[in-house]
Design a protein around this ligand. Structure first.
Ligand code: NAD
Length: 380
């Protein structure tokens, strides 16, 4: 019996991505999968149903409008956002679901996944190890978000980024400060520099200094080491925050464009720019807050909106990768393909829990919450 893999249509607000694109479908089918696509799954990414039907796959992809038909005998279900409860309830125990979950935001959903005995791999849990890089959807999506942040900022500014020499004199290049130098921040620095800005970068992890400098940016050194576990940042003490603010204020207030990307796993976004600092910024300056999904990095940010505070514009869009749905879907689909490749051998599902990547990415399996942090959160 072949393995049936189903791709769902996303139904959450602000979500335009799809978990599989036609060019990746042929590689998935080569693993021995029979692929079914929910009708219109690709439309928000500008992929019509016919493009899936035309994908070179054996057997050819099938499209279904009815959920019961689509999900009947499904072995693997792919989505970007967590599927709706009604959808999950149609799945047989043991079905494998791959999507982003973020258990801290979705405790009821985690309980449902547990109680329905679904095997859920939560894409945000893929470990940050070399072997898992091709499965790391957080990174693939963050890189696109960082790129977009620089472009969005440049279009919100009433000035240009590069130096320009004209008959009536020279225009000085814009100053761009990127705060938070993870995957998104480094891509934002690289993009702003390519557009001609003079760039500066800041992060609480001192090892980002070298990375920022390799992209032609100056590093703002605050003397505080905020390294936490697993290569991530930790929450800072009030004293550390004061020390940082004393150094940063000057850089914030000299910038034309600031892009913020700071995040701490499982916590609200740290506030890096205070109201008072915004009040002292240059007329016409722009802040692009890429941490809106976690509440934002600027005290004035209104997640999901662009606001004007005095002469400063603050844009805090939700779900930025979704705005680049074509490429975001393609990269996400490749991340899924590589993860699925870990547990399909000779056209059969074989979940090897000795594989570190599978063991760390699994959220629920056989009626249990397998991720320790999610288990504590949901079960106490
Ligand atoms: P993230 O989205 O969790 O956070 C973005 C950045 O914000 C981080 O660089 C973090 O240090 C910074 N930050 C947090 N609090 C801050 C504060 N108060 N002030 C300033 N900056 C603050 O980060 P990410 O992009 O997911 O990357 C996290 C880590 O994982 C990095 O060390 C990255 O290099 C590493 N990583 C490793 C791999 C791999 O080895 N396969 C892949 C991707 C990322």
């Amino acid at each position: 019996m072949s393995i049936k893999l189903v791709v769902l249509t996303e139904n959450r607000p602000h979500e335009r991505r799809v978990a599989l694109v036609p060019q990746v479908a042929s590689k998935l089918s080569a693993l021995g999968l029979d692929i079914w696509i929910q009708q219109d799954a690709g439309l928000a990414s500008r992929i019509p149903n016919q493009a899936y039907l035309d994908a070179s796959a054996t057997p050819p992809l099938q499209i279904a409008a009815s959920l019961p038909e689509l999900l009947q005998n499904a072995h693997i279900v792919l989505a970007v956002q967590p599927p709706a409860a009604e959808t999950l309830k149609l799945l047989a125990p043991g079905t494998i679901v791959l999507c982003f979950v973020y258990a801290q935001r979705e405790p009821e959903l985690v309980k449902l996944l547990r109680d329905l005995q679904l095997t859920c791999f939560a894409m945000e849990l893929v470990p940050r190890i070399s072997r898992a890089q091709a499965m790391d959807a957080l990174s693939s999506q963050a890189a696109l978000a960082g790129y977009y942040g620089a472009l969005l900022g440049s279009t919100q500014l009433a000035r240009i980024l590069p130096m320009m020499t004209t008959a009536v004199g020279s225009i000085r290049p814009a100053k761009c400060l990127v705060m938070g130098l993870g995957v998104a921040g480094l891509q934002a620095l690289a993009t702003a520099r390519r557009l001609g800005a003079v760039t500066e970068g800041y992060d609480v992890r001192p090892d980002t200094k070298e990375q920022a400098e390799s992209l032609g940016a100056k590093f703002v050194d605050t003397g505080v080491d905020g390294r936490g576990e697993g290569g991530y940042a930790r929450e800072l003490t009030a004293e550390e925050q004061q020390k940082i603010q004393a150094v940063l204020t000057k850089h914030i207030q000299q910038a034309d464009l600031i892009i913020t990307t700071a995040a701490i796993p499982g916590r609200p976004s740290p506030k890096l720019i205070s109201k008072a600092q915004v009040d002292g910024m240059k007329n016409g300056a722009v802040i692009v807050d890429l941490a809106a999904d976690g509440g934002g990095n600027c005290e004035y940010s209104v997640p999901g909106e662009t606001v004007q505070i005095g002469q400063v514009t603050i844009a805090a869009p939700f779900n930025v990768p979704s705005l680049l749905a074509e490429h975001a879907s393609e990269l996400y689909a490749k991340n899924l393909l590589n993860l699925i490749g870990l547990f399909i051998k000779d056209a059969a599902i074989n979940l090897d829990w000795d594989d570190e990547i599978l063991a760390k990415t699994v959220l629920t399996h056989q009626g249990e919450i397998k991720n320790a942090a999610a288990k504590t959160l949901v079960e106490g």
